[in-house]
Design a binder for this molecule. Structure first.
Ligand code: HEM
Length: 651
């Protein structure tokens, strides 16, 4: 780093002032001529990735991040220093001081006596109150790799190590993710596993895309022509595949770090990261209050009817428990009942994740190896205040999108005997709640039974054409390719290459494209060839196609790289959550008796209690076909008045 001179203070504060003026001017004009909302895929995509709640907070955070980014650019240019120099202790202190009144991201003072988690996740960690909170920057496993020479992030990652542009995302998708008409189904796990995964995804991450001041969408293609503006990152598609050869893509909204330290851009997470059912309850005080109007915590729940059914299940269980708790503790007011019910249901939800969901997704071995499995009974306190539970960028933008391969092409319903009643193409049901209300043919119960009895699509590198060619389609040819979007999103977020993540996981990076030693050791020959056909250098491979094309580990649905990233992330959700249900914290946790009641619960028992299903397999994610029989609902552990007596407050 260059020696400090007094002149630098002026340059730093002058540059920040210049950046403020620039950002505010740009913000005033942002969105002019963009107000064209309609029933088309762009508008539907906009609903999906919209700023969900507290738009003011989102915009003030985005403004601070924009100023940080532009000021970093000006300073490094004017002073001919690198970003590394700017991030050095002396310079960054000066930067933070100059940013002060323009920095919307400050640490909070917490009250350690608070009993319940906050809906926005703030103060879960008492030392670093903003860790894991909603409307904050997504932390990273490894540093970002963007396309601009200073790695600030204004330009997404777009260059190959050879200096040429990286391959086009749709071409990669065509080469690596195209499984033909209908990729095969698996033979062990149910459709419920896939959509419970999506439910968890919506709980821990929600990345808004950039919107104009009025909350309207940007249009990034003008017919076949890409629109050139900083918020857009569209890409070309081969002629004849879609109506337009330009695929619309808006860049993700960004957020500053605490105190607005200079550094490469980070994307925003508007959900709280913790496994706290914010998907049901909301990630801000406002959404939590809106629940009384029967909305849910995450507006993406109507994205598909299965997700909607799972949401309904949790809402029903909330109301059921709240009623009983009210009867047991007549002196509790509405807020107390709500908070105790939320705490208890979140405990059950966490138990389902660590006991049932992760062993199915990652396999028993990896779950055990990483210490993710709950103890059969009693406390298991592994809380570590130095762990940031924040959802890592690569987890949301690539690794946990593994669920996209498990999505099939149908929405179906089954009768009381689990015989299929109906099925219809999923592509007509995006953001269409009619199947939920059509109780005769579908309905929540019918769809849950279908999810419990049908095999999910196989976990491989292929995506069903429903989402790879016709995502959010409203007319033939006007849909999106979800695989290509995932690849482009990774570049937008500055995710380093697949090989960089392999190194992070202690796995051997590929030096060649061969499916063998020194090459793509975890891919089969077909997958290695598909990657070789499209990439120039193994160091160019994007994380999503690289990870998804790995052969799953034995007994698992994921390969080693995604297994590592997903496993580490859930370990952080466990050890970085002060309110994790197994923690022995008398003030905020459960009593031993309460905890052991929670540990008897399962997704199957939840289904039994809240639907008209009479019998179900004990493990809801495992298909009942090969020798696992359904059991009558009365044989499952209950959670009625007798059990909830453990929540009776003695005073
Ligand atoms: C019908 C089923 C599904 C559809 C239509 C769907 C669609 C989408 C879309 C459109 C995006 C945003 C793409 C972009 O970056 O522009 C997305 C993001 C994502 N999806 Fe899915 N998805 C589905 C199922 C799943 C499943 C089953 C999982 C996991 C088990 C999953 C995990 C994710 C994750 C983690 C993100 C990133 C979310 C964020 O950062 O806000 N999705 N999905």
């Amino acid at each position: 780093m260059k020696p400090y001179s007094g002149q630098r203070i002026d340059i730093v504060s002058e540059s920040v002032a210049e950046a403020v003026a620039l950002v505010d001017r740009r913000f005033q004009t942002r969105g002019i001529g963009q107000r064209r909302l309609g029933y088309d895929p762009v508008s539907i995509m906009n609903i999906f990735s919209k700023v969900k709640a507290a738009p003011r907070r989102v915009f003030s955070m985005a403004r601070s991040a924009d100023i940080t980014e532009i000021a970093s650019d000006i300073i490094t240019r004017r002073m001919s220093i690198t970003m590394g120099d700017l991030q050095g202790l002396g310079m960054s202190l000066r930067f933070v001081t100059a940013m002060d009144s323009n920095c919307a991201m400050k640490n909070m003072i917490c009250n350690p006596a608070d009993i319940y988690r906050q809906s926005n996740g703030v103060c879960n960690n008492l030392k670093n109150p903003m860790w894991g909170s909603s409307i904050s920057a997504q932390p990273r496993f490894i540093p970002a790799h963007y396309g601009d020479s200073k790695n600030i992030g204004m330009i997404p990652r777009y260059l190959s190590v050879s200096g040429e542009p990286l391959p086009n995302p749709r071409h990669i998708s065509n080469s690596v993710h195209n499984g033909g008409t209908s990729p095969p189904r698996g033979c062990q796990f149910t459709v419920l596993l896939t959509f419970f995964g999506q439910f968890v995804d919506h709980d821990v991450i929600s990345t808004p895309t950039k919107e104009d001041r009025g909350g309207f969408e940007f249009r990034c293609c003008n017919g076949n022509m890409p629109v050139s503006r900083p918020e857009c990152f569209p890409f070309g598609t081969p002629p004849g595949e879609f109506n337009s050869t330009c695929m619309h893509f808006v860049r993700s909204e960004i957020a500053p770090t605490v105190d607005c330290l200079p550094g490469p851009r980070n994307q925003m997470n508007q959900a709280s990261s913790f496994l706290d059912l914010s998907v049901t309850y909301g990630s801000t005080q406002q959404t939590e209050q809106d629940l009384v109007d029967f909305s849910t915590g995450d507006q993406r729940h109507t994205e598909n009817p299965f997700l909607n059914s799972i949401q309904t299940l949790f809402l029903r269980e909330h109301n059921r428990i709240a009623d009983i708790l009210h009867g047991i503790n007549l002196h509790w007011n509405g807020e107390r009942i709500y908070k105790e019910t939320r705490k208890l249901l979140t405990g059950i939800y966490q138990h389902i994740i660590f006991k049932e969901f992760l062993p199915a997704l990652l396999g028993d071995e990896l779950t055990l190896q990483l210490g993710l499995l709950p103890k059969p009974v009693g406390f298991n306190t592994q809380y570590n205040e130095n762990v940031d539970a924040g959802t890592r960028n690569a987890f949301g933008a690539a690794a946990f999108r593994i669920g996209h391969t498990m999505v099939g092409s149908l929405v179906g319903s089954s009768d009381q005997n689990f015989n299929e009643k109906h099925n219809i193409p999923l592509e007509n049901e995006f953001f269409n709640p009619r199947t939920i209300y059509d109780r005769k043919n579908f309905g929540v119960e019918g769809m849950l039974r279908w999810m419990l009895s049908q095999f999910q699509s196989q976990s491989d590198r292929f995506l069903t054409p429903t989402v790879r060619n016709r995502l959010f389609q409203t007319r033939p040819g006007n849909g999106f390719d979800l695989g290509a979007l995932n690849i482009q999103r990774g570049r937008d977020h500055g995710l380093p290459s697949y090989n960089s993540f392999r190194r992070h996981c202690g796995l051997q990076p590929a030096l060649t494209f061969f499916a063998g030693p020194t090459g793509l050791v975890d891919q089969d020959k077909g997958a290695a060839l598909a990657l070789q056909m499209i990439y120039k250098h193994p160091d160019d491979i994007d994380l999503f196609p690289g990870g998804l094309s790995e052969t799953p580990l034995k007994g698992s649905l994921v390969g080693p790289t995604f297994g590592c990233l997903i496993g580490l992330q859930f370990l952080m959700y466990k050890t970085g959550d002060r309110f994790y249900y197994e923690n022995q914290f008398p003030h905020t946790g459960f009593t031993m008796e309460q905890l052991n009641i929670i540990k008897q619960q399962s997704l199957s028992s939840l289904l039994c209690r809240n639907t008209d299903i009479h019998s179900v397999q004990p493990k809801a994610f495992v298909s009942p076909l090969p020798g696992i029989h359904r059991q009558p609902c009365y044989s499952f552990p209950r959670l009625g008045e007798q059990e909830l007596n453990a929540w009776r407050e003695r005073h």
